[in-house]
Design a protein around this ligand. Sequence first.
Ligand code: ATP
Length: 454
Amino acid sequence: MICYNRRMEKKTSLEDIVSLCKRRGFIYQGSEVYGGLAGTWDYGPLGVELKRRIMQAWWKFFVESRDDMYGVDAAIIMNPKTWVASGHVATFADPLVEDLVTKKRYRADHLLKDAGENADGLKPEDLNKLIKEKNIKSPDGNALSEVRMFNMMFSTNVGPIASDESVAYLRPETAQGIFTNYRNVVDSLYPSLPFGIAQQGKAFRNEISPRDFVFRSREFEQMEIEYFVHPEKWQEPFEALLADIYEFLELMGLPKDKVHELEVTDADRAHYSKRTIDIEFDYPIGREELMGLAYRTDFDLKNIQRESGKNMEYVVKGTSEKFVPHVIEPSFGVERLVMAVLCSSYREDEVNGDKRVVLGLPENLAPYRFAVAPLLKNKPELVAKAREVYEVLREKYSNVAWDDNGNIGKRYRRQDEIGTPHCIVVDFTTLKDGTVTVRDRDTTEQTRVQLSEL
Ligand code: ATP
């Protein structure tokens, strides 16, 4: 029986999540052994399972189960012309200020936001004015430099000679790998409009001040779709994709009252976008962007057409009608989704006087669906039977844990903490009547089930 105590009312803090992630092998600081590398994170054995399940669920929901979606997996390093055409070389920059004493660098709009000022979309000169007007200082209390724009793309050199001609970039978004393959997909698969191209993969941004755990990283993963539509028919697919996003977030177990829609205003929207909605989530750090849905018009394909000289027009089958399609882009950040899933499933409660941490993950996302254990690890007949059960389950579900460490109560606590929905215990009764105890993570209820019914 669960006796929920007042700890249930304790708000989950970011520290709770960071600590669980490290303790139980979900997420570690990147290059921790060398003192870390700011803005990078490593997924441990449990984290890699959770992240993969989230990404697989997304792929299944948005690509595999639909007739109008096609997947691609483009190279991370692309021809640098990509980023000239897309506008990233000229404008993918954040406003940077420096503490004049410590020389630490900060994002000007973030310092203003922390001081309760809205600085979204402001130009450097307006940011400077606001910083002076409101007497904004660095977190160390020192005066700040003038704002300058800092381009967030990581550059590298391709080939053995480092020169201006060999400069290339690590992609700051996966979207351009989709746009640059639009013509290929149309010419090889002849999809009917509307259709989408999806991609999952790494993106890199040299964030001025990475912070809030994996929320703002320098290396992260995105899941993006470019949905190509007739220029005059964008509203309906926009609404349909928005509904799909909500359905998917529900599948991820995010509580509806923690998910919010922010209609981005004309002033804050990219100049080419006619409508953008940010989906925000109530993280322990506050309400922040989880993902975005943007109507990007024909901005990207027209840029590619201009810079490459290749025709990006779509010819409607059986007619002479042709146009450059318009695009709707749902853009998910995997880390922000992983963090939302962890934050919404984390809770602390008390079972018969014992405190426990539970990760109430949806069953399809849990790193392990079952944990199998012999009641006593020094009884060979119990171990042999439990191994048999383990092997059978593992054949059906690959994600089954074997856990014979410590007493049974400890094993339950350990599995609760990593979100395993069911623990199966083989005891002496199993040997007599072929039943096992199945213990439920959420209710802690134990039921006896015939092995054949498992
Ligand atoms: P923000 O305003 O928070 O910097 P953004 O509006 O620049 O984000 P987009 O360019 O729209 O973000 O990227 C799409 C998605 O990629 C975001 O909604 C987010 O989920 C994810 N994302 C962007 N930057 C980061 C980052 N530094 N770390 C982790 N995820 C990120």
